[in-house]
Design a protein around this ligand. Structure first.
Ligand code: UTP
Length: 300
């Protein structure tokens, strides 16, 4: 039986972004730029390229900038038109065009009670369908298939809830949700357990779940009865875990370059790496980086 296509993608974007204070006091973390584009735009572009028809943004207080970003700015367009800035108008039209290619719906998470709760907030909009979840913090760029498309394909092959997984160094496992695997085939691992942020010695593997999911409706049924877990938040992984054994759950080792922009060091690293891939910027940055290294060589 062919499964229906995955048409909807939830973007939880109602967190407080406390690791980035003070910049996130009055500005959503998802609007912080990677070079010159907000992180959430990378995710929306990936969703569109993966065939998604409806993006559901879960937002909270102080997230107006996200709505404005995906809306037209007639005032700015007029200003640029009057000055004949066609190159800048083109950039604006590219952003504007995203909301022509996909419907963007906004829903409020009234209190930031955790990622699981944010996803649950969108339950009525995805009722009865498998849907995607993308975390804007995790930017994943792939030259070939967008990573969400890779997950959707894996969902169609297996009929399962699919998590994006990647091998991480053993000494970093305590930062992630780590999966325990049963059988594996062609980069798809059957998931038999998920352990959230385990100490290195207790990690069941080195395969970490990152911010892309395709969820079966059963996960929402679990979120319906979820109780706060670690950090007093409702965890998405807890709900996924409770479906194991009753519903298929797999991890897909995806292809693509992964940038964790959710921490200050990760964010700075991502900016530098992406800037160095831009022709014009690379020429300016490369000598500067060399200069900085020479001025402060590594401590011995
Ligand atoms: P994070 O834990 O990375 O985001 O959640 P955060 O809570 O905003 O950041 P810190 O830890 O305080 O620095 C992952 C994603 O889930 C969303 C966040 O906006 C982020 O995109 N989220 C998190 C919600 O939408 N609601 C929540 O209650 C929690």
């Amino acid at each position: 039986m062919t499964l229906p296509s995955v048409r909807k993608a939830i973007f939880p974007a109602a967190g407080l972004g406390t690791r980035f204070l003070p910049v996130t006091k009055a500005q959503p973390k998802e609007m912080l730029p990677l070079v010159d584009k907000p992180t959430i735009q990378y995710g929306v572009e990936e969703a569109i390229a993966s065939g998604i028809e409806q993006v559901i943004m879960v937002t909270g207080g102080g997230k107006r900038a996200i709505v404005d970003h995906f809306d037209r700015s007639l005032e700015l367009e007029h200003y640029l038109e009057q000055r004949g800035k066609s190159d800048l108008l083109h950039i604006l039209s590219e952003v504007d065009d995203l909301s022509n290619q996909v419907d963007i719906t906004y829903i409020q998470q009234k209190e930031p009670l955790g990622l699981g709760h944010a996803v649950w907030t969108a339950r009525r909009l995805v009722e009865g369908e498998a849907c995607a979840v993308l975390l804007a913090d995790d930017v994943i760029l792939s030259e070939n298939q967008p990573v969400l498309k890779q997950l959707i394909d894996a969902h169609h092959m297996t009929g399962a809830t699919v998590l994006a997984v990647r091998r991480v160094p053993r000494n970093e496992v305590s930062r992630y949700g780590i999966i325990a695997t049963g059988g594996s085939k062609g980069g798809i691992h059957e998931i038999v357990d998920i352990v959230e942020k385990p100490p290195t010695a207790d990690a069941p593997s080195d395969l970490a779940a990152l911010g892309r999911y395709v969820l079966l409706p059963a996960v929402f049924a679990e979120l319906d009865r979820a109780e706060p877990g670690a950090g007093k938040e409702i965890q998405l992984t807890d709900a996924i875990k409770r479906t194991i054994g009753r519903q298929p759950v797999v991890g897909l080792e995806f292809e693509g370059d992964y940038y964790d922009t959710g921490t200050v060091p990760g964010y700075l690293r991502a900016n530098l790496m992406l800037a160095m891939k831009r022709e014009g910027l690379r020429d300016e940055l490369a000598p500067l980086l060399r200069e900085l290294l020479e001025a402060s060589p590594e401590p011995r």
